[in-house]
Design a protein around this ligand. Structure first.
Ligand SMILES: Cc1cc2nc3c(=O)[nH]c(=O)nc-3n(C[C@H](O)[C@H](O)[C@H](O)COP(=O)(O)OP(=O)(O)OC[C@H]3O[C@@H](n4cnc5c(N)ncnc54)[C@H](O)[C@@H]3O)c2cc1C
Length: 526
């Protein structure tokens, strides 16, 4: 019988940060279990390699969603299936969210003081130390390295619309635009695996087992005893925890594991023949996800399309190999604006990412358009719509049912319509107009409110930031208490992005890693 003090399920953003901190104490043994394999694929480490990774299945979990009324789009959510989890396949945009997001949670121990402190402690930021920006931590963060005239024009245009230029997008409290902070260092991705697991793989008290598909938590007498794992060879193996089992499998897979283990809505579990260990009806509920519009614009010059098309790509690749620089070394967006869709708002409620590369994201090709173009990715930051997800069978390999309920709330519809029009206005502002910007897609057939919403739903994308399905809170109904312990079961915690009851403003890798970092304080102070 193999036992460890702590078993962490999922070596993603949060799980890797947590393993780094828990195993710092040589007296405590940690088992980190990951569904996917080691992060050896070179496309993981080349920053723009994610575009290729996302076309395949090897490093990706694929979860079909129910996109009501748009079934023909066959949409699915993707998540990382490899050491580092989604941080090994993501766009490397590094956004902390507003301090006010965390304070508004109003959950003791999870305000900006603690989360800002966690982010500061884990960072080694190129811009140097500031009030809540850290140096000397394991995670290297850098700024987009190569300012360009067209990116400056985007920033200037955003400035005209009220979002002033700033040096560090993560320092703003209102609205602003600037070059993108990124989890990239010297031209290489800084995944959570690279940052947190790389330096500690030698620790004798840390065991990392890849290709370990956790099937369920073993719960006896309302105490989590261990986990059942399906190995690569299909064998079932049990591991036991002396202290705790910690689920860090992400917003989709963690509620799935809870439900498979008998923690969830009693009626659902009973209907699937699963023995109930704790009735917790909010497991899988409160699913929050942003919906992006991705309009493409033609420009007269300044686009990088040519550098990433077959002929130019050879030169670009040579430059990358020689200098670790150039468009292949960039994050998903070179610049971003955090912007308000209405003046009265206290702070930005929307994000517009910008890259001087245009790709038809609905094709199977990742080759940019032949004509010079640029792309925007616009989404509102804190949707009010709520979806849910649930297992459909007691078989761990059966597909999940995922209902995002995108833009169901009337406020989300209004804000998204305003944002779409604001994005168009931005591209018509004088600085960008020096590039003779013309809208390639969606173009003039999308004008009315209804057409805009339809465009978001039919042609848009998930922002891939889903949150909230195992929410913590003071309320007895919430899945977790403020220490991330599963209510109704002892020795079981959740530590990943599913724990936040609300979305933070912006991308979610930094918040997920900070959750892992912060959780270690709570676990070790027990
Ligand atoms: C394609 C993509 C692009 C993104 N771009 C950005 C970006 O540019 N910037 C940003 O800030 N955010 C981005 N995000 C979002 C961000 O990366 C995630 O929100 C964050 O990584 C979530 O962290 P997590 O720890 O909750 O889950 P994950 O990092 O997804 O980790 C969960 C881990 O659990 C493992 N797992 C799942 N089920 C099991 C099981 N049964 N047994 C064992 N292991 C299991 C998974 O394989 C995975 O490794 C992106 C996400 C994706 C998918």
């Amino acid at each position: 019988m193999q036992s460890f003090d702590y078993i962490i399920v999922g070596a993603g953003s949060a799980g890797s940060a947590l393993a780094y901190r828990l195993s710092a104490d040589p007296k405590c043994s940690v088992l980190l279990l990951e569904y996917g394999g080691m992060d050896r694929d070179p496309f993981i480490h080349i920053p723009r390699g994610f575009a290729k990774i996302l076309l395949g299945d090897k490093l990706i979990h694929r979860y079909p969603i129910d996109h009501k009324g748009y079934e023909g789009t066959n949409e699915e959510w993707v998540r990382g299936k490899v050491l580092g989890g989604s941080s090994s396949v993501n766009g490397q945009v590094y956004m902390r969210g507003f301090a006010a997001d965390y304070d508004a949670l109003d959950i003791p121990g999870w305000g900006w003081k603690e989360i800002g402190g966690a982010m500061k402690a884990m960072e080694d930021h190129e811009l140097g130390e500031a009030e809540f920006r850290g140096i000397g931590g394991p995670l290297k963060v850098s700024q987009h390295p190569t300012p360009s005239a067209i990116c400056d024009a985007f920033i200037h245009s955003a400035e005209i619309l009220g979002a002033p230029r700033c040096e560090d997008l993560n320092s703003i409290t209102d609205q602003g635009a600037g070059y993108q902070p990124r989890t990239i260092y010297k031209g290489l991705r800084q995944s959570a695996a690279k940052a947190f697991l790389g330096p500690i793989r030698h620790r004798k008290n840390l065991t990392i087992k890849t290709h370990s598909n956790v099937q369920k938590v073993i719960i006896e007498d309302k105490i989590a005893k261990g986990v059942r794992v399906k190995t690569r060879k299909g064998e079932l193996v049990n591991y036991f925890a002396n202290k705790e089992v910690i689920l860090s499998a992400g917003t989709v897979a963690t509620p799935k594991l809870l439900q498979l283990s008998g923690v969830g809505d009693e009626a659902l579990l009973r209907s699937l023949g699963i023995e109930i260990k704790a009735h917790s009806p909010l497991v899988g509920q409160n699913l929050i996800e942003q919906r992006c519009a991705m309009p493409r614009f033609g420009v007269s010059h300044g686009s990088l399309n040519h550098d990433l098309r077959p002929l130019g790509l050879l030169k670009t690749l040579s430059k990358y190999i020689a200098l670790r620089d150039g468009p292949i070394a960039y994050s998903a967006f070179e610049v971003s604006a955090l912007i308000k869709t209405a003046e009265h708002l206290p702070r930005a409620n929307a994000q517009i990412g910008f890259t001087p590369v245009s790709v038809d994201r609905h094709g199977t090709s990742i080759t940019p358009d032949k004509e010079p173009g640029v792309l925007a990715c616009s989404y509102t930051l804190k949707p009010k719509s709520r979806g849910y997800l649930q297992i459909t069978s007691s078989d761990p390999d059966a597909p999940m049912y995922i209902q995002p309920n995108y833009l169901q709330h009337p406020d989300d519809q209004k804000d998204s319509i305003d944002l779409f029009r604001l994005t168009r206005k931005l591209f018509k502002a004088p600085p960008l107009q020096t590039y003779n910007v013309t809208e390639m897609s969606p173009g003039r057939q999308v004008e009315s409110d209804e057409e805009i919403i339809n465009y978001y739903l039919e042609m848009g994308n998930s922002a891939l930031h889903a949150t909230g399905t195992c929410q913590m809170g003071r309320d007895e109904k919430s899945v977790l208490n403020e220490k991330l312990q599963v209510r109704g079961i002892q020795n079981l915690r959740v530590v990943d992005l599913s724990v936040f009851p609300e979305m933070t403003s912006g991308n979610t890798n930094a918040p997920a890693m900070a959750i892992g970092w912060r959780a270690a304080d709570l676990i070790l102070s027990k």
